[in-house]
Write a protein that binds this ligand. Structure first.
Ligand code: FAD
Ligand code: NAP
Length: 372
């Protein structure tokens, strides 16, 4: 059987465990999922697609706001309105065309002005953290036909999660490391669709729809003797736990160096025991952790890299593969900048040459990114 987005595998959750500490700003969960009889075979570096269901309270609140009953069958869909909003449409984050429609049909001084001026920055600030329901509620007198409403929504999308296990260590299992996205705005509580679907609704025995998302561009070197450097703050650590498990099982001779980053040692040192195990078993040769908020001045993974720049560059010259995983918006760019700076300093070369050096690393598939 081929499992994919259209035909996902109904996998059973084996366990759901909180990794982050009690008083952490983060809620990072570790999910163990059974692959049962699916015959799904993944490689470290691959991701798992999870197809979520929308939060039931949000579904109910929207149906009430629209003035329908949850059991109303929607013409043309052959499903109740509850079923449709639960599993077919993105009902948390509004689409631009939904916002445009709302704007055209309500009097709301701030939104009307932002859209009239086509101010993208102000619009994204206005939108930030607001749900579809919040937009419906911008004007309590606003009414919308159900069919028009549905036509303005996006189909519900799967979410990808980097796999944090190796099949060699856990045959028939796949593990995920998920940061639950929760926020508050004007005393209202919100949650990201999939991360809170997993955190709030999925326990041992729950079945969820999943499929494999292979990533051939983020694999361990074919030559197991090659050294690797892994840079993964936050949930970016996920694939590297898989890499280290795989290299342990394969008894690879290649050296392994991990740069991890988190806010506080006390609450955010996730996978501490696993990392100690890898160190004790001589799999993890070097480990550098940047606890950003344990001191007055923030320290990030790129600062740790810069501290040990000579050795870092020595590994690269020796043929190390460089992997970066996690936040694409800031972290990956900042890590790239420090890499460029180190190359310039170590080779005493121009900026152009350091850019070319990085380009070649990428061409040789020795600088690999999995950022989101
Ligand atoms: C290849 C790949 C691998 C990934 N691997 C991982 C992984 O290993 N672990 C992991 O945790 N994630 C990973 N992600 C991210 C993951 O796919 C989801 O994007 C993430 O879990 C959020 O999805 P969600 O459905 O919970 O939130 P969504 O419903 O998608 O909501 C996100 C939206 O909520 C809003 N929002 C979020 N936080 C706030 C806030 N504080 N204030 C206001 N608004 C906010 C933002 O507008 C944001 O666009 C990966 C992504 C990719 C593409
Ligand atoms: N995990 C997800 O589901 C997901 C999905 C999409 C986007 N994001 C976004 O990606 C970012 C990281 O999320 P996360 O949960 O993986 O990690 P995180 O736990 O928020 O961050 C991990 C560590 O990285 C630090 N950091 C912040 N900015 C950095 C930078 N420019 N360079 C290097 N390190 C930096 C953080 O420091 P400080 O916090 O002290 O600054 C923290 O110590 C967040 O902004 C998040 O909103 C996350």
């Amino acid at each position: 059987m081929i499992w994919n987005k259209q035909n996902p595998y109904l996998a059973e959750i084996i366990s759901a465990k909180l990794l982050s500490g009690k008083n952490s700003n983060k809620e990072i969960m570790h999910y163990k999922i059974s692959l049962g009889d699916s015959k799904i075979k993944y490689n470290p570096g691959d991701s798992l697609g999870v197809i979520p269901l929308n939060n039931h309270q949000l579904v109910t609140d929207i149906i009430i706001r629209l003035g329908y009953s949850p059991l109303n069958i929607v013409e043309g869909y052959d499903k109740t309105i509850f079923e449709l909003l639960e599993s077919q449409f993105e009902i948390l984050s509004p689409t631009n065309r939904f916002i445009a429609y709302i704007n055209e049909n309500i009097h709301h001084t701030e939104l009307n002005k932002i859209i009239k001026n086509q101010d993208k920055t102000l619009l994204s600030q206005f939108k930030y953290g607001k749900s579809v329901l919040d937009f419906l509620n911008l004007d309590s007198k606003f009414n919308i036909d159900l069919k028009i409403f549905l036509s303005l929504l996006k189909p519900l999308q799967h979410r990808a999660y980097s796999i944090s296990s190796s099949l060699l260590k856990y045959p028939k299992e796949v593990h995920l490391t998920v940061s639950t996205q929760r926020w508050e705005k004007s005393s209202q509580k919100y949650g990201g669709v999939c991360s809170t679907f997993l955190a709030d609704n999925c326990y041992q025995g729950t079945r969820i729809k999943v499929f494999l998302i292979p990533n051939r561009n983020f694999r361990l070197p074919v030559d197991h003797d090659k050294p690797i450097i892994m840079i993964g703050p936050g949930t970016g650590i996920a694939p590297f736990i898989a890499f280290l498990q795989e290299r342990t099982q394969l008894k690879s001779h290649g050296k392994n160096w991990l740069f991890y980053g988190a806010q506080f040692r006390k609450t955010d040192h996730i996978y501490e025991n696993e990392l100690i195990y890898f160190q004790d078993n001589k799999v993890l040769d070097k480990l550098d952790i940047a606890f950003s908020r344990d001191q007055e001045k923030k320290i990030y993974v790129q600062d740790k890299i810069y501290e040990v720049k000579s050795e870092f560059f020595k590994w690269i010259k020796e043929g190390a593969y460089l992997y970066v995983c996690g936040d694409a918006i800031n972290m990956a760019k900042d890590v790239n900048s420090i890499l460029q700076k180190i190359i310039q300093e170590q080779l005493n070369c121009s900026e152009d040459k350091s850019i070319l050096y990085i380009k070649n690393l990428k061409k040789e598939k020795r600088y690999l990114l999995d950022v989101y």
